[in-house]
Design a protein around this ligand. Structure first.
Ligand SMILES: CC(C)(COP(=O)(O)OP(=O)(O)OC[C@H]1O[C@@H](n2cnc3c(N)ncnc32)[C@H](O)[C@@H]1OP(=O)(O)O)[C@@H](O)C(=O)NCCC(=O)NCCS
Length: 205
């Protein structure tokens, strides 16, 4: 990280949504199975690269987040997606908190192992989470990604989620700013509510 990056950083994100959530029958790609991950998966999975991954898993679980994904025929973790329900503040871009209302869920921090990419694991995982969310009373699902992440955008759109808002987050020293076309009522300090962004997007259209 350069000195400039320590002082200044910027991230743009596009928000996508799906809802009301229909129950989809989504078979996993051949040879793969979709399930929730445990601490043991985190300990063994080569996909979980970070040195502090066990602490991260425990912390996220304690905060109410859950991790799902595919394992391949040999039981190796091939993809993962983090999933969150209402009442949990997610550390969004540049550690700005993201809040969910009742009946909402958010998917974040997703990855497919490099040698398993391009086989549809990501859209399959997203659709499986839609299915599971829908059957657990969630009526709206959100995800966001960087505007130049073509692979992610293609997977999200293939899973049937639609783009509704773009937002720029910026860090200058200890300060955080959010720039949103249309002057939406969000401050970096109190965090963002995707449900409000969606409401505003609908009002504008
Ligand atoms: C984004 C990501 C999760 C997609 O996972 P995936 O399981 O490969 O998803 P898909 O199989 O649907 O492929 C999606 C797109 O990736 C691209 N792709 C295909 N094969 C690829 C490969 N071998 N390597 C990289 N990208 C590939 C294609 O554009 C594909 O779309 P297409 O099939 O319509 O041409 C994965 O690329 C990844 O882990 N990236 C790094 C982390 C990341 O960006 N996470 C998303 C944050 S929101």
């Amino acid at each position: 990280m350069t000195i400039l990056q320590r002082v200044y950083a910027k991230q743009s994100r596009i928000f996508y949504t799906a809802g009301p959530l229909e129950i989809l029958d989504v078979p996993p790609p051949p040879g793969c199975a979709f399930r929730e991950f445990t601490a043991e998966d985190f300990r063994a999975g080569a996909i979980f690269l970070e040195r502090d991954r066990m602490a991260k898993f425990a912390r996220r679980l304690a905060e109410g987040h859950r991790c799902f994904g595919h394992v391949d025929a040999g039981g190796e973790v091939a993809s993962y997606l983090w999933y969150t329900r209402c009442g949990v503040a997610v550390p969004w871009a540049l550690h700005i908190p993201l809040h969910l209302a009742a009946g909402e869920a958010y998917i974040w921090d997703c990855r497919t192992k490099a040698d398993m990419r391009g086989r549809g694991l990501y859209p399959s995982g997203l659709q499986n989470l839609r299915k599971s969310a829908g059957s657990h009373g969630v009526s709206r699902l959100y995800i966001d990604c960087e505007p130049d992440n073509e692979a992610s955008i293609r997977g999200i759109e293939r899973a049937g989620l639609a783009a509704f808002h773009r937002m720029d987050a910026c860090r200058l020293g200890f300060l955080r700013f959010i720039r949103s076309p249309g002057g939406l009522p969000h401050s970096a300090r109190s965090g963002i509510w995707p449900g409000q962004l969606l409401k505003q997007a609908k009002t504008n259209n």
